[in-house]
Structure formats: structure tokens, C-alpha cells
Design a protein around this ligand. Structure first.
Ligand SMILES: [Zn+2]
Length: 300
């Protein structure tokens, strides 16, 4: 009996020590977990904008703390590259796919996205064309029953995590007039706190003229996606002065058939002291912002 009592007492002591130790360890661990959690939370509050090195075309991957967004998908012959770039980024779901206009160097990779990823919603300007690439795009949206919405000037999309996308162009009238596909590209401003970036698709000088008149100072953005792969048919001086970006990002393929970027365009940016980053020379370009400051990283 005594030995049993002793055994129990001993066991209680051992248990007590064990419980105290556990509590200590548990408290220690939970503090550490909390710190890591806070760090992760701070990191995930950033917006990351990656202009993919996708040859002659456009494709931009945007990640906020809540969503994955893509603006354009590169050309048909770059589909496999797009797929590998996105897989490398660990992408499985695309919350929003925005197509600026239905030319193949912007819409060409949509097929592989629909086939390989969970694309939740597609947004475009509603302008149609009769190319096979565009018909395939429509067919996949329909077959996979993907949410689709036309967006026009005045609309706003929520990218989650405090990031919004304000659409400036095209207007309903521009689409009704069934004008030039490039000129009617979706132009929109991503806004996150003090940071902003203007996305322009292949919009043209005439688009810029209209935007200046309607939006003026509201065009001002931290960074500009240089319109139409650096073509001389856009990037008007007045427009650049209104947007007044600190840097411009150009997406284009080395030695492309169009001679992009045109020298006169490069000169305009140079004269205004706007630093240019180019996917043909720098590889993929990544912009990260916490809503106050930002940094730009080149792959090469
Ligand atoms: Zn283009």
C-alpha cells in the first residue's frame, strides 16, 4: 500500500513536472508561431506585379494577399512557356483573367490557362473578332462555364487585399463604333495605397488623347506599362507628362518584326527621365509594393 502511495505520489510529481514543462514549451512555441504569423501577414500584404518574359506579346501576373490576377496571356506560340512560368510560380487558380483586347499576342495563351488552371472569372471589353484564337477563347469560357463580364470605363474591379483596378477605357461608345482593336484596349489603373500602376494594353495615341481629356491628373501613376510594346503610335508626350511615371515597363520579344521599341518612343521616355525596363533585355520584371514604397527587380 505504501509502495502504491509512493508510486502515485511520484507519478503525480512526474506529471506535474511534465505539465509545467509542456506549458513552458507550448508557450514558447506559440510565441514563435505568432511572430512567424505576423511576418507572413506583413509579407502577404504586398502586391506583386510580374511582367512575364513571354516574347512579343503581353502577360502580367498580379498577386495580392487574397487573389491571383492575370492581365493578358502572351501569344499562341508561347503557350508552353506561359505554362511553365506559371507552374514555377506555384499558380493553380487564377481568380481574375483580364484580356485587354482580342489580338493573338494578348489572348493567345488563354487556351492553356483554361485547360490547365482553375480560372474563376474572365473580363474583357466585349469587342469581338473572327479569328480562330478568339473563337477558341469564347468556346472555352462557355464550355467550362467560367464567369464572364464585359468591363468598360467607369467600372472598378476588386483585386483583394486593399488593391483595386479602376478602368478608364474603352467607353461604351468606342465599342459601339467598333473601332480599332488596339485603340479600344482596356486601360486601367491598379491602386494600392500610395502606389499605382497604369495598364494600357496596345492603346494608341487617339486613346491617350481621349484619356487626357476625361481623366487628366487622375492618370498620374507610379509606374506605367508602356503601351503597345513601345510602338511610336502611342506614348504621346502630353500623355506621358500626365501619367508622370517613375518607371516604364515594356513587354516585347528581342528582334521582333515590328521594330519595337521604336527609337522615337525611347527618346520620349529618355527626355522625361522615365527609366525603362524591357523584357527582351531584362527578362521577367517584378514590381513589389507595400502600398507606400516599391521596388523593381529584373530577372537578368
Ligand atoms: Zn500587342
Amino acid at each position: 500500500m505504501v509502495s502504491i502511495m509512493f508510486f502515485l505520489k511520484n507519478k503525480i510529481q512526474v506529471c506535474s513536472v511534465f505539465i509545467i514543462l509542456s506549458l513552458f514549451l507550448f508557450t514558447g512555441c506559440s510565441t514563435k508561431t505568432l511572430q512567424q504569423g505576423q511576418l507572413q501577414n506583413q509579407e502577404s500584404q504586398n502586391v506583386t506585379i510580374k511582367m512575364l518574359d513571354i516574347g512579343q506579346g503581353d502577360s502580367v501576373l498580379i498577386r495580392t494577399s487574397e487573389q491571383v490576377i492575370m492581365i493578358d496571356t502572351g501569344d499562341v506560340d508561347e503557350r508552353e512557356r506561359l505554362l511553365s512560368l506559371l507552374k514555377k510560380e506555384g499558380i493553380t487558380t487564377i481568380d481574375k483573367l483580364i484580356i485587354t483586347h482580342p489580338h493573338s499576342d494578348h489572348i493567345g495563351g488563354a487556351y492553356i490557362l483554361f485547360k490547365q488552371f482553375n480560372v474563376k472569372a474572365v473580363y474583357d471589353n466585349g469587342q469581338t473578332t473572327n479569328t480562330k484564337t478568339y473563337q477558341t477563347y469564347l468556346k472555352w469560357i462557355k464550355d467550362k462555364n467560367i464567369a464572364y463580364k464585359q468591363v468598360l470605363a467607369g467600372d472598378q474591379l476588386d483585386f483583394g487585399g486593399g488593391v483595386s483596378f479602376r478602368i478608364f477605357s474603352p467607353t461604351a461608345q468606342m465599342i459601339k463604333a467598333d473601332g480599332d482593336l488596339n485603340a479600344d484596349s482596356i486601360v486601367g489603373k491598379l491602386i494600392y495605397g500610395d502606389f499605382s500602376m497604369l495598364f494600357t494594353g496596345d492603346s494608341e495615341a487617339e486613346t491617350e488623347k481621349g484619356l487626357l481629356k476625361t481623366y487628366g491628373k487622375e492618370l498620374k501613376s507610379t509606374i506605367l506599362k508602356v503601351p503597345h510594346h513601345g510602338s511610336k503610335t502611342s506614348s504621346n508626350r502630353n500623355y506621358l507628362q500626365a501619367v508622370a511615371p517613375e518607371a516604364g515597363l515594356v513587354s516585347l520579344g528581342a528582334g521582333n518584326d515590328y521594330g519595337h521599341p521604336h527609337q522615337v518612343t525611347l527618346n520620349k521616355y529618355n527626355a522625361l527621365n522615365i527609366k525603362l525596363y524591357r523584357t527582351d533585355q531584362d527578362g521577367s520584371i517584378t514590381v513589389t509594393s507595400d502600398g507606400k514604397t516599391y521596388n523593381i527587380q529584373k530577372e537578368k
